[in-house]
Design a protein around this ligand. Structure first.
Ligand code: SF4
Length: 335
């Protein structure tokens, strides 16, 4: 039976026999052992440290994460310390990483670990998945990188590398579902080598088989790669054609949410701010006409646990924005 077709059915995964798969695994592991970067979360098996690193790395570049990882662990040295901290402090400690909702979710995970597991992250994949804020990737990363279990994991880099190796170019449209890629990742893990295999795939995608400039010419996996001919043809025909378009960031909803959180971080601990004072710190063209819009932004942050709304009236009273009446709503970081 082919090593990669046992669960394939009609999925687009290219079959690879066991000899070929073993050669691919050997090449990838050798590449990783020769090229791996010395990163702080690769020097530890502490599950809490791995959790913090994985959550930070999900949407932030490695070089920005490293100093924040050290500072965060210095401020919250244990999962119990994180669970017990004021949420406002956790959000402050997240400054510079973006996607602040991750900070709140991380603390919720910590609180659940303290309540349900006595402060120890569980080893079992399903028990990890049952925790708030933990998806399949993070659960697999903790099981593999902290407890050295042979489980498959799929992040952006691994998804791209596996798609290229076993299916073909992932652009313009991926040819496999997330479920098919996860199933492929699960059955590829070499027994006893899950840690280096998963770290190796991620590293390979991060620095060698990148989205925009895969280094195919010097690639040790080229003879196994289904995407190589098509990617080379695309790069030769239109340099940059393989690159994905970046979404505009300035002016996006996430941009303004970030500016509100930055303004709230500047307040003294426990202090709140009214919307008319907050508005000009969020957008340069702020006027009272923007009050309903600003209210929607802060209400969204409050729903996500990133802000608290303090009202002197029972409900938000927008007053008359055209007349500059902001109501009496005040906003602050959560306690
Ligand atoms: S040949 Fe190119 S696309 Fe294929 S794995 Fe190597 S770097 Fe990636």
């Amino acid at each position: 039976m082919n090593a990669t077709t046992a669960a394939a059915g009609h999925d687009p995964v290219h079959p690879m026999d066991e000899t070929e798969l073993a050669d691919l695994q050997r090449r990838l592991l050798a590449w990783y052992r020769a090229h791996r970067r010395d990163l702080p979360w690769r020097r530890t098996r502490n599950p809490y440290h791995i959790l913090v690193a994985e959550v930070m790395l999900q949407q932030t570049q490695v070089d920005r994460v490293i100093p924040k990882y050290h500072a965060f662990l210095a401020r919250f040295p244990t999962i119990a310390a994180l669970a017990a901290a004021p949420t406002a402090e956790v959000i402050r400690a997240w400054a510079g990483l973006g996607y602040n909702r991750r900070a709140v979710n991380l603390q919720r995970t910590a609180q659940a670990v303290v309540e349900r597991h006595g402060g120890e992250l569980p080893r079992d994949l399903n028990a990890l998945l049952a925790l708030p804020g933990i998806g399949r990737y993070t659960a697999g990363a903790i099981a593999c990188f902290a407890y050295e279990q042979d489980v498959g994991i799929v992040d952006t880099n691994i998804r791209r590398v596996l798609h290229r190796l076993f299916i073909g170019p992932e652009l313009p449209v991926p040819q496999a579902t997330p479920r098919a890629i996860q199933a492929l990742a699960d059955r590829l893990v070499p027994p006893g080598e899950g840690y280096d295999w998963n770290q190796g795939l991620m590293e390979f995608g991060a620095v060698h088989c990148t989205a925009r400039k895969p280094a195919c010419v010097v690639c040790p996996l080229r003879s196994h790669c289904r995407a190589y001919p098509a990617i080379q043809a695309a790069l030769a025909a239109a340099p940059g054609a393989a690159a994905r378009r970046e979404e505009p960031f300035v002016g996006s909803s996430r941009y303004y949410r970030g500016r509100v959180i930055a303004a709230l971080r500047r307040l003294p601990a426990g202090a709140a701010v009214d919307l008319l004072t907050l508005g000009p710190q969020v957008r340069d063209d702020f006027s009272p006409a923007w009050l309903p819009w600003l209210y929607e932004v802060v209400a969204g942050l409050a729903r996500d646990g990133l802000a608290q709304l303090a009202e002197e009236r029972a409900a938000y009273d927008a007053g008359d924005p055209a007349a500059g009446d902001p109501g009496r709503l005040r906003v602050r970081l959560p306690h």
